[in-house]
Design a protein around this ligand. Structure first.
Ligand code: ATP
Length: 233
């Protein structure tokens, strides 16, 4: 098991918005966290990443991250691509953004990892000298993921990566996620786009009012009508 969370909670000041979430993600697997607006998906991811106040334990590849600051979790194999756009430095070039993602890897490993991420998103290779700010929304999302991959994470958190993007980008993301699974990463995906989750996820859990109300494997995702009640919260 690459990632194991127990009794994860998230709160803002004294208000608890996520409680008692247990999750397990193996290497080479994607777990989708589904739920309506406000169900707590982003807060759960924030608590796992250490940017939202949280409780519980989060073990990644044998190391307990629960008490660590966000940047220490990041150096222990956890990478987070948040929901909102603006995860790239718009005045810097694509290459410079990728370099920022790679900066914490030992220098000897950087070029090999650069090749991995450029192969994952070939469009970025052709746009290396462009300012990130002129890229399309889909290209910026690819760049944000490329940056998150820069330090060879073991667990990658993706918060609604398809939000606001054209369906043609979905194919590129699906391919990339399959490659990452093949490389043995554990993937956690927050998603409201059920058809996309059905394409890429191996298992799912549904959050409602900050608690897990249903979970299962991929087969259920092909029958969204059965999940409707849980998803509407
Ligand atoms: P969405 O898909 O809309 O992002 P979500 O499932 O990710 O929804 P969260 O954004 O985690 O849900 O929100 C969970 C709850 O926490 C909501 O009730 C929301 O209003 C509240 N919340 C989110 N961010 C904050 C904040 N910074 N301060 C206080 N409450 C917050």
């Amino acid at each position: 098991m690459i990632a194991q969370g127990r009794s994860i909670g998230a709160r803002y000041s004294r208000i608890s918005v996520v409680e008692g979430v247990h999750l397990d993600v193996r290497g080479g697997e994607m777990l989708a966290v589904l739920g309506a607006n406000g169900a707590g998906k982003s807060s759960l991811f924030g608590a796992i990443a250490g940017i939202v106040s949280g409780t519980g334990t989060i073990n990644v590849d044998g190391v307990e991250l629960g008490g660590m600051l966000a940047h220490n979790r990041a150096s222990h194999g956890l990478a987070f691509v948040p929901e909102r756009r603006g995860n790239v430095f718009s005045t810097l070039s694509v290459r410079e953004n990728v370099d920022i993602g790679l900066r914490l890897l030992p220098p000897a490993e950087r070029e090999a990892q650069r090749a991995v991420v450029m192969e994952l998103f070939p469009i970025l290779k052709t746009r290396q000298d462009s300012a990130a700010g002129v890229l399309s929304g889909g290209e910026q999302q690819m760049l944000a993921i490329a940056m998150a991959l820069g330090r060879k994470p073991k667990l990658l958190l993706l918060d609604e990566p398809t939000q606001g993007l054209a369906p043609m980008v979905f194919d590129i993301l699906e391919h990339a996620f399959n490659v990452l699974k093949g490389l043995g990463l554990a993937l956690l995906l927050a998603e409201q786009n059920l058809p996309f989750a059905a394409r890429v996820a191996d298992r799912y859990m549904v959050l409602s009012h900050g608690q897990v109300v249903r979970q299962g494997d991929k087969a259920d995702l092909a029958r969204p009508e059965e999940l409707a009640d849980a998803l509407l919260g």
